[in-house]
Design a protein around this ligand. Structure first.
Ligand SMILES: Cc1ncc(COP(=O)(O)O)c(C=O)c1O
Length: 372
């Protein structure tokens, strides 16, 4: 049996007619760049996240970047984040002219280790960006407590955590702003590139809305130098439809994660992901930790099972960030995780049979490689 890592076709087939009709409507009204379809999605997405406002943007990277710009982060500043993330989190910081400063992650949740946060703060620190990696919200209470004491804004990188919760509050509603990606493979994915920022702060909302539209407050009146970061009308229309199915998709992901957990619980060679207490994990990625990960991924692929790695190199060891001078050993947990992470197939439309096949083959590969 073939098990793909992701199957977007299976997600879109049942929605094809509804989405096609919505795209036709965008074509009929020519609302292609920003406009009414984006506004309609924003109106639904903000309350879904438990936030007052949502601003549709070109992608998640832009959401992070504009959040930082709107908060006044610039040259010479430092912004704290984690090395276990997609490159975009750090890129957004660099694109403001600021320097990314990393804090290692927790061994169990793979999110920012709040115990190490305070010592990374300097007089240059201007913001903190915890990353809700794989769909689990970082331990926000202690992070927010440190941030409050140092009067620093917390921007959530919720690009992998649509609908995830922390003590009953949704990802994106805990910090001053939440940044989302709707890259097609995300739990809420567009049919192209898209992103959003959510916030309760009306001034921040106005600032980001202005920045995404060339710094215009009024057409052709540019108050500041901004950018073109508008969401496409077609993506707004698609996302409004797909948002209605997000909860169902997240529930299925949670059910699949529980089944993987059950089937792999006694496999000593594996460390399974953990849902921390008070949190609702939405399993954008179901990552186990295992030795000889690269050999396993190859053997699984040979058996028709396609796994992933998120991410093989922590950001501080990327060639692009060599100038930071952070060598191996700087962030041992993130580095160990990068060597051991193995992402198993995870998407709502997976069948029980497919999950059983993945678990059975993985156990067998572990045995064949002599890991158990
Ligand atoms: C943690 C994280 N941050 C930021 C981004 C950037 O989002 P986008 O690809 O929409 O620019 C992503 C998307 O892959 C992500 O996973």
């Amino acid at each position: 049996m073939q098990v793909p890592f992701l199957n977007l076709r299976a997600q879109h087939d049942p929605l094809r007619q509804e989405i096609s009709a919505a795209i036709q409507e965008v074509i009929d009204t020519s609302a292609f760049a920003g406009g009414s379809f984006v506004a309609a999605f924003e109106k639904d997405f903000a309350p879904y996240c438990g936030a007052k406002y949502a601003i549709g943007l070109g992608h998640g990277t832009e959401a992070l970047w504009l959040a930082l710009l709107a908060l006044g982060v610039g040259a010479g500043d430092e912004v704290i984040t984690v090395p276990s993330t997609f490159m975009a989190t750090a890129e957004a910081i660099t694109f403001c002219g600021a320097k990314p400063v990393f804090v290692d992650i927790e061994e169990q949740t793979f999110t920012l280790d709040s115990k190490q946060l305070e010592r990374a703060i300097t007089p240059r620190t201007k913001a903190i960006i915890p990353v809700h990696l794989f769909g689990q919200v970082a331990d926000m209470d202690p992070i927010l407590e440190v941030a409050r004491r140092h009067k620093l804004p917390v921007i959530e990188d919720a690009c992998q955590a649509h609908g995830a919760e922390y003590n009953g509050k949704r990802a994106g509603s805990l910090g001053v702003a939440g940044c989302f990606s709707f890259y097609p493979g995300k739990n809420l994915g567009a049919m192209g590139e898209a992103g959003a920022l959510v916030t309760d702060d009306s001034r921040l909302k106005d600032q980001v809305a202005m920045l995404r539209d060339h710094g215009q407050r009024k057409k052709y009146h540019h108050a500041v130098v901004g950018w073109n970061a508008r969401m496409d009308g077609i993506q707004g229309a698609v996302l409004k439809i797909k948002l209605k199915h997000l909860e169902k998709g997240n529930d299925l992901r949670r059910r699949h994660a529980a089944l993987y957990g059950q089937l792999l619980a006694d496999e000593k060679a594996l460390r399974l992901p953990l849902e921390a207490s008070g949190r609702k994990h939405v399993y954008h990625i179901y990552a186990v930790r295992v030795q000889r990960r690269d050999a396993i991924i190859e053997a699984m692929a040979a058996r028709g099972i396609h796994c992933g790695i998120h991410y093989p190199i922590p950001v501080h060891l990327q060639e692009a960030y060599q100038s930071l001078g952070l060598g191996k050993g700087s962030f041992p947990v993130a580095e160990r995780c990068a060597e051991e992470f193995l992402s198993l197939p995870m998407f709502p439309e997976l069948s029980v049979e497919q999950i059983e096949t993945v678990a059975r083959e993985l156990r067998d590969v572990i045995r064949t490689l002599g890991l158990a």
